[in-house]
Design a binder for this molecule. Sequence first.
Ligand SMILES: C[S@@+](CC[C@H](N)C(=O)[O-])C[C@H]1O[C@@H](n2cnc3c(N)ncnc32)[C@H](O)[C@@H]1O
Length: 218
Amino acid sequence: MTESQRQALKNYWQDYGIEYKQGPIDLIDIFGRTAPTVMDIGTGMGGSCIAMASEHPENNYLAIEVHRPGVGSLLRQAHDDDLENVRVSSHDVIEVLQYQIPPKSLDEIYIFFPDPWPKKRHFKRRLINPEFLRLLASRLKSHARVFIATDWGDYAESILAAVAETPSFINLAGDGRIAPRPHWRPLTKFEKRGMKLGHPIYDFVFCIKGGDNTSLKS
Ligand SMILES: C[S@@+](CC[C@H](N)C(=O)[O-])C[C@H]1O[C@@H](n2cnc3c(N)ncnc32)[C@H](O)[C@@H]1O
């Protein structure tokens, strides 16, 4: 952890941090307003979350990241850019979703370049599986969408298999297909790393079945 990240954790957590507790949070209270709320899962060093929050002051951004230097880096940027629409939790996203996020409360969820766990014996550690998608579906509003990107081909296949097993989601690109890259998605640190390795990038957009937002727009 750099000194700047350590100082940011010490000085700015009180402005942006959400403590973990086993009880629902009030998103209106936490952001101090009613606005569409995006959960960005695994924000890494925070650059892409901060870029989106600056670009879209009309949205609330709830960053979830367990890596403390990354949280420090995000806090530093949020403070330096004077952002009011960002909050961060530094706890495991599964428990945050299970215990803190009320049902049908999120407008969008982003999972950009989740840890790939490339070795076969570690596949079970991957975040995205049918059970996790069911949990996401339960926390999304009826018009909501999930945006995912990965640079690992076999993870992409397992994400397609997982959504096919999740009746509450529709794959907007069509069954078994990847989506065009959303024009607004910032280039992330891990995406750059994947591209340097020559990996193709796979994007996904899933929406809640029966919702009112089922046309695929980038
Ligand atoms: C490969 S990095 C991607 C970071 C960023 N999205 C990017 O594209 O540059 C994945 C991040 O997810 C975080 N992460 C993994 N599992 C998590 C969990 N269960 N809860 C919260 N964060 C998690 C890791 O700490 C890591 O920073």
